[in-house]
Design a protein around this ligand. Structure first.
Ligand SMILES: *Cc1c(COP(=O)(O)O)cnc(C)c1O
Length: 392
């Protein structure tokens, strides 16, 4: 008997069977005529998921971190000034990557649990009349804290002072699960990876590149080779592409688009609301400091003083074979995270909530068994799932 349970980590996510099969194809010569249609199908699907009306989609055999590196090295030059907020482990790591590439990062430190500080960004951009700042970095969904930031508001802050900086967005844990509008929000570089909202194994960095970013590429002097957009655009496949994953990406986009992006986002919202109802019933609170910041893909739950979140996550894995996310960086030990993105239904969410209750009770968190489950059940009963779509 299989003891395989779904995972409740915010990536890698559970893989639908049909997508797993789509990745499992015989060896294909990527120089043969069979590859281009498969490649185009994936890129066309990604354009729709990113809501891109213009620009290019570039796929690297890498993880999301490779996408960060590609975004900056293709569009910026050594010493270039970048504006970024540090409000969680992922925003912190992207800043670190920029610094290691010799960029001059103006870091706005915010309490973890808050979103990108739009007002502060607006002040800094308004004061930068010489346009020293070449890029603004936004982590759309801070996976460490379960906080979503307002990308459109950052775009508005740039536009309000006609600032020409590129807008770079880490959408690794939001894209394909939460609303994302590359063209409408004026995003110049959008980064994600295959193993989160796209429900694939890890191995593809997915980058959306705007026409403005393509223009910046021509003068960008940071060194790059493996991640050079120019080779990708000229040759399509300057080295061996991850053919199986690319086939899986096409299948994933088809699956998301068949469900309908709005339905996908509504499903994530509904599942997340159930998880949040459970958290409230436990007498606990999300790390995100206000409801407008609540992520629909991951909830970081603040534990009572004296309970070690990392031990809780280890215990859930050992005792119940269910994976949750541990706290990272500043919130290590203080929170644990329930990932609720990708291939998930409300019924699966109930499993994750029920098991979290058992693990918390075992670790001495004063929760009443069944309280979170009941709260989520109430929410799901009164907000029923959309009818199941016929298989495409
Ligand atoms: C997972 C994640 C990353 C890192 O992606 P990898 O694929 O692990 O390299 C970056 N940013 C965010 C917001 C993430 O959730």
């Amino acid at each position: 008997m299989s003891s395989q349970n779904p995972v409740f980590i915010p990536g890698p996510t559970n893989i639908p069977e049909s997508i797993r099969r789509a990745c499992d194809i015989p060896t294909m010569d990527h120089r043969s005529a069979a590859f281009p249609p498969l490649f185009e199908r994936a890129k066309t699907g990604v354009r729709k998921v990113l809501k891109m009306d213009e620009g290019e989609v570039i796929l690297f055999p890498a993880s999301g971190t490779g996408g960060w590196e590609a975004a900056i090295t293709n569009t910026l030059s050594p010493g270039g000034k970048v504006l970024a907020a540090q409000h969680g482990m992922f925003s912190l790591k992207w800043i670190d990557l920029c610094q290691r590439h010799g960029l001059d990062v103006e870091v706005v430190k915010c309490p973890w649990g808050e979103g990108a500080p739009v007002d502060r960004f607006a002040e800094i951009l308004a004061a930068d009349t010489g346009h020293e700042i070449k890029a603004v970095l936004v982590t759309h969904n801070e996976t460490a804290t379960g906080v979503v930031s307002d990308v459109a508001a950052v775009r508005a802050a740039l536009d309000a002072v006609n600032h020409p900086a590129l807008l770079m967005v880490d959408g690794v844990s939001s894209i394909a699960s939460m609303d994302f509008r590359m063209t409408e929000w004026g995003v110049d570089l959008a980064v994600t990876g295959s193993q989160k909202g796209f429900m694939l194994p890890v191995g593809l960095a997915v980058v959306g590149v705007s026409p403005k970013a393509l223009a910046a590429m021509e003068g960008a002097k940071l060194s790059r080779c493996f991640f050079d957009f120019r080779d990708m655009l000229k040759l399509g496949t300057p080295y061996t592409p991850a053919v199986g994953l690319i086939n899986g990406l096409g299948a994933s986009c088809d699956m998301l688009l068949a469900e309908g992006l709005d339905n996908v986002f509504a499903r994530h919202r509904r599942i997340a609301e159930g998880v949040r109802a459970a958290v409230a019933a436990w007498g606990l609170r999300p790390c995100a400091v206000s409801p407008a910041l609540y992520s629909d893909t991951v909830t970081a739950i603040v534990l009572p003083e004296g309970v070690d979140g990392n031990a809780l996550v280890r215990h859930a894995a050992d005792a119940y074979h269910v994976a949750y996310g541990a706290g990272l960086g500043e919130v290590a030990g203080k929170v644990f995270r329930i990932g609720h993105l990708g291939m998930l239904t409300d019924v699966m969410a109930l499993l994750g909530i029920a098991t979290a209750e058992m693990a918390m009770a075992d670790m001495g968190v004063p929760v009443t068994l069944g309280s979170g489950v009941a709260a989520a059940q109430d929410y799901y009963r009164t907000n029923k799932a959309a009818p199941v779509q016929a298989a495409a």
